[in-house]
Write a protein that binds this ligand. Structure first.
Ligand code: NAD
Length: 296
């Protein structure tokens, strides 16, 4: 099975490397030359465009920042659609609104292209280890056909339902994370004002009902950054991406007539963090920034 991989960034690099190490023939494409260079030592072939990549791939994976990039790579000039062969499966692993894979599946069907939406949870380190959680939407038969590929990338692979349900699940998950993260930030500052040590709060809360992923994964990172004195954290789950996911959740929730007051409030807090220039920092930076994050 020949794989084409588009988007060799923080997540895509480790994922593509795992596919190569699991014996797949892989051709890569990214608009960044640096990202392409990074994959060459692992035996990847390089394509000059998504079109060229589509011409030589049985399965195409996209791992791109947002819907705009997906649109460009699939339907733009020299895009996937212009080179795709009937029977090819496109696995959209980028985090986007569920309407995107639904639209792509409809347009792709005209060219005989099948589509799965398969966004992931887990940052760069789990991408590197091949231990991502993957939530998949699309026809069960195509899902089963793609399992060897998906199992090379993640050890928890779920078929959620029809096209778009993987993307839906991911947005729901990241809404929880985005809200939890600011909850942890506020609670830690309350703890500090009460004279509690962050390390003690972390150790006790993770064994108590305050436990969450935001606490377990992000508080040690914030404490480590504070003690190392570094001005920036290493790339992780950037505030910009979290903001994008909250925006998608808000748009869908409002469209469905739901009360999204909390999401609106939290989204605004992430916007303030972006205005302070922290968009590329890991979301754990919300803890340190908290005193400055007054909603506008
Ligand atoms: P990234 O910005 O590090 O990588 C994206 C790559 O896509 C870059 O190498 C960029 O050059 C390339 N690219 C962008 N637009 C392009 C275009 N039009 N044509 C060709 N290449 C293009 O992003 P990332 O952190 O790897 O995230 C990728 C996706 O995974 C996002 O949708 C994100 O929400 C999701 N995600 C990220 C994390 C995380 O912790 N970083 C975790 C889970 C899911």
């Amino acid at each position: 099975m020949k794989i084409g991989f588009i988007g060799l960034g923080v997540m895509g690099h480790g994922m593509a490397k795992n596919l190569l190490q699991n014996g797949f023939h892989l051709s890569g494409y990214d608009r960044s030359k640096e990202a392409i260079q990074g994959l060459l030592p692992f035996g990847a072939q390089i394509s000059d465009s998504p079109q060229q990549l589509a011409q030589v791939s049985d399965v195409i994976i996209t791992m791109l920042p947002n819907a705009g990039a997906e649109q460009e790579v699939i339907f733009g000039q020299n895009g996937i659609i212009s080179g795709v062969r009937p029977g090819t499966v496109l696995i959209e692993m980028s985090t986007v609104s569920p309407e995107i894979p639904r639209r792509v599946a409809k347009s792709g069907a005209v060219f005989g292209m099948e589509v799965l939406d398969a966004p992931v949870s887990g940052g760069a380190s789990r991408a590197e280890k091949g231990t991502l959680t993957i939530m998949v939407g699309g026809e069960e038969e195509i899902f089963k056909r793609c399992l060897p590929v998906l199992h090379s990338l993640g050890d928890k692979v779920y078929h959620v339902g029809a096209t778009g349900t993987g993307a839906s699940m991911k947005i729901v998950n990241n809404l929880m994370l985005g809200i939890n993260m600011v909850g942890v930030a506020e609670a830690l500052h309350l703890a500090k004002s009460l004279g509690l040590k962050p390390q003690a709060v972390f150790e006790i809360a993770q064994m108590s009902s305050g436990e969450s992923y935001a606490l377990k994964a992000k508080v040690p990172r914030a404490i480590q950054k504070h003690h190392s004195g570094k001005t920036k954290t290493e790339p992780g789950s950037p505030i910009d991406l979290q903001h994008k996911d909250l925006e998608i959740a808000l748009q869908i929730g409002r469209g469905n007539g739901l009360n999204m007051d909390l999401t609106t409030f939290v989204l605004n807090i992430y916007e303030v963090a972006q205005e302070l220039g922290a968009g590329r920092e890991d979301i754990s930076a919300m803890i340190e920034l908290w005193p400055q994050l007054k909603p506008t």
